[in-house]
Every structure is written in C-alpha cells, then in structure tokens.
Design a binder for this molecule. Structure first.
Ligand code: DX5
Ligand code: ZN
Length: 228
C-alpha cells in the first residue's frame, strides 16, 4: 500500500471523526486532536441514499489534505461508491472504505481504490454477516466494523458489537494477512476497551472526543482504556 496508513506495531490507533467537530473552527479542532496524539483523521461521507443524512465531499478532504498533518481515513457511506472513488483519491484520501452493502461491484471498487495508490477498506453494518468478507480479504487493507447503524454521530455502541468484532478478527487471522480492524460508532473509554478486547486495533470516535469538555483528555482516556 502506498498510502501513509502503515502497519500498527501493536499500538491502538485512534481516529477522531470530524462529523462531531464544530465546522466553525474545523482547523482548530483538528489541531487539538493532532496535538493530543490522534493517529488518523476519520472523514465520514454520506450521500443521503445509503444513509439518511448528508455530510462532506471531496472538497472537505482536499482542504484537510496536508494541512491536517494526519492520514485521512475516508469512510464512504454512499450507495454508488464507484462514482466518487477517483475524486476522493485525488483530493488526498489515504484510506478509502466502501460498504459491502453498497450497490456497485465491490471487487471492482476495491481494485479501483488500490490502483489509485490508496488503502482499501471494506465496512460492514451491524447486522451484516462477517462471512460476506471472505471473497474480498485478499484485497483489503482495513475492515471497518460499524457498531451503530451508520448515518449519525452520538449513538450508543450496540450490545451485539463485541461478537461482530470477534468474528471479523477471526476471519482476518485466518486470512494470514495484515488487515486493520477498525471499529466505528459509540466509542468512548468504556466501549473502547470492549472493542479492543474483542480484537479491534483502530478506533473511530466522534462525539466522545469533540463533544467532551476536554477533547485531549477524552482522546487519551480512549487510548489508555483500549491499551490492554
Ligand atoms: C456514523 C459514522 C461515525 C460517527 C461516529 O455513521 O460513520 O464515524 O462519526 O460518531 P460517534 O463516535 O459519535 O458514534
Ligand atoms: Zn465513520
């Protein structure tokens, strides 16, 4: 993979989601999490079809590229990812994650991402059977396990999540490949620990960081709780 998102070396990755940042001062919020030790920046893209919400587009990624000084982990919650992959790659995405439930040919989408020199991720909604990952494992740099129904920040980590994470961890281990297992939705210090115990090595957190009185402390608490 030619992106800046490299191997974990046992460290838990924390990826703050700017969905919960205050866009009035996005640059300042990004700087705060970078200074607190954020590893990646998670950028949620919503098209109003795959999920009932809208968020950012390639222009947002382009503004962050270079200036954020963090790898850009772009989560495409869109029905037709093929339409957007090239624009996000050009804008500076380091990882592009598509949903396995999207309506395009998933293999083609992953191959397109890789051809553009970007890390390729595949995401599962909470009710999606992890067995569906199997045909794609050879192409993946990351699996993103959704631990809430995608679409909105600030929801609660679903109780079924540790089981889902553990199944994905097992599939990754069996593949013998180095693939990140990222968890997204309702992550705070408590659920970060549950996710890490179940096998996560990268954690997305939006509300728990950006809505906290002290975002730096919130980020450090999440990392500490997940370091087991
Ligand atoms: C939800 C998004 C998440 C969201 C997480 O659809 O994919 O990345 O920002 O937010 P919290 O951490 O608030 O659940
Ligand atoms: Zn996300």
């Amino acid at each position: 993979m030619t992106s800046k998102i490299g191997p974990a070396n046992g460290k838990i990755i924390v990826a703050p989601s700017i969905l919960s940042a205050d866009l009035w001062h996005l640059g300042q919020d990004v700087q705060t999490v970078r200074e607190a030790g954020a590893d990646w920046l998670h950028v949620d893209i919503m098209d109003g079809h795959f999920v009932p919400n809208l968020s950012f587009g390639p222009a947002t990624v382009k503004s962050l590229n270079g200036r954020a000084q963090l790898p850009l982990d772009v989560h495409l919650m869109v029905r037709r990812p093929m339409q957007f992959i090239a624009s996000f790659a050009k804008a500076g995405a380091d990882m592009l994650t598509v949903h396995i439930e999207a309506e395009d040919d998933i293999k083609e989408a992953l191959l397109t991402i890789k051809k553009l020199g970007v890390g390729a991720g595949l995401s599962l909604k909470p009710d999606t059977d992890p067995a569906r990952l199997e045909p794609f494992l050879d192409l993946l740099d990351l699996v993103l396990v959704m631990t809430v129904q995608p679409g909105f920040g600030g929801q609660s980590f679903l109780p079924s999540s540790p089981q889902q994470i553990a199944s994905v961890r097992q599939a990754i281990t069996q593949s013998g490949r180095r693939i990140w297992l990222e968890v997204d939705g309702g992550i705070n210090a408590q659920t970060a620990r549950e996710a890490a115990k179940a096998g996560a090595d990268a954690l997305v957190a939006g509300n728990a960081i950006f809505a906290a009185a002290d975002p730096k402390k919130a980020l450090l608490d999440i990392r500490q709780a997940a370091t087991i």
